[in-house]
Design a protein around this ligand. Structure first.
Ligand SMILES: Nc1nc2c(ncn2[C@@H]2O[C@H](COP(=O)(O)OP(=O)(O)OP(=O)(O)O)[C@@H](O)[C@H]2O)c(=O)[nH]1
Ligand SMILES: [Mg+2]
Length: 296
């Protein structure tokens, strides 16, 4: 019996838990079953109560208190502890059937997705036919407001690429919180951000606006050392090299997500279903008699 799941990940505050909540609501409205797993040991509150919560095994707060670690060290310790206690996941997920979509709500510490080996080990355990045998895909969220700052957008895209390489999962890259930019950036203009390329780094938005208005553009004079560094020629060259790298790999393409719009959440769900081929494993179902009666 196969199991199906999606791991929702991305940097801190990208909207992972909000997306999980919208996805669960959408699944419920469409009479689909899901099993919500919180793997963020520092999480505080949820719209939907998790069916399985890492905080019942270990919490960052306790680790920080007892081992005198900081929040990032605490998180890594929690994941190492989880890896030593995989029966916690196994016992809860063993009986989950193929109708369910298992949703893993992940923490936002970026090191988990870029270089730390604990997540690949966890993913192997979840996918391995000898263990839980979950057909798993990744939904990697990046905030759409990052497109305004090219350096942030490319750095975020680079971390998405890094996570694709490290985890080797079918991967959906998603620009979240589209409701925040849709009034500022026209749909037609936003298209270019769905596939990162080097052209984007060439055009500084302030310079382009000035050119359009026929003003002779002068880069602002920087007041402190950090600002000067961030707008200097070396920084531009670095960003151009990162953009070129992303273009050469040609692996990061984005889908748009607006959690306030149910159709948008449904659209992302259809990509997830396609990645893990959920529909193919479903048995045809007939409505129970009492459900017919309810509809009358
Ligand atoms: N406008 C808007 N705000 C959003 C959306 N999704 C999330 N937010 C807000 O962004 C903030 C962070 O959202 P979370 O869902 O907690 O983000 P997260 O990625 O789970 O954060 P961490 O778990 O701390 O890494 C919250 O204030 C949300 O209300 C969205 O689609 N639109
Ligand atoms: Mg969260």
């Amino acid at each position: 019996m196969s199991k199906f799941g999606v791991m929702v990940m991305g940097p801190a505050g990208a909207g992972k838990s909000t997306f999980c909540a919208s996805l669960i609501t959408h699944l419920q409205l469409n009479r689909r079953s899901c099993f919500y797993v919180n793997l963020d040991p520092a999480a505080e509150s949820f719209e939907h109560t998790p069916d399985l919560d890492i905080r019942d095994l270990i919490s960052v707060e306790d680790v920080m208190d007892e081992l005198k670690l900081g929040p990032n060290g605490g998180l890594i310790y929690c994941f190492e502890f989880l890896m030593e206690n995989l029966s916690f996941l196994e016992e809860a997920l063993n009986s989950v059937t193929e109708e369910y979509l298992i949703i893993f709500d992940m923490p936002g510490q970026i090191e988990l997705y870029t270089h730390y080996p604990v997540l690949p080990a966890l993913v192997n355990f979840l996918r391995s036919p000898g263990n839980l045998d979950i057909r798993l895909c990744a939904a990697y969220l990046l905030e759409s407001t990052f497109v305004v700052d090219r350096a942030k957008y490319f750095a975020g895209s680079l971390s998405a690429l890094s996570s694709m390489y490290m985890l080797g999962l079918p991967h959906l890259n998603i620009l979240s919180k589209m409701d925040l930019v849709k009034d500022q950036i026209r749909k037609k203009d936003f298209k270019k951000f769905l596939v990162p390329d080097t052209m984007l780094i060439e055009e500084d938005p302030a310079e382009v606006e000035a050119r359009k208005a026929g003003i002779d553009y002068q880069a602002p004079v920087e007041s402190d050392e950090k600002d000067a560094l961030m707008s200097g020629a070396g920084f531009k060259r670095l960003n151009a090299a990162v953009a070129q790298l992303l273009e050469n790999f040609s692996m990061v393409h984005y889908h748009k997500l607006d959690c306030t719009d149910e159709d948008s959440v449904g659209g992302i769900l259809s990509y997830i279903d396609e990645c893990i081929q959920w529909a193919e494993a479903q048995e045809p179902k007939e409505l129970a008699d009492e459900e017919y009666e309810d509809d009358e």
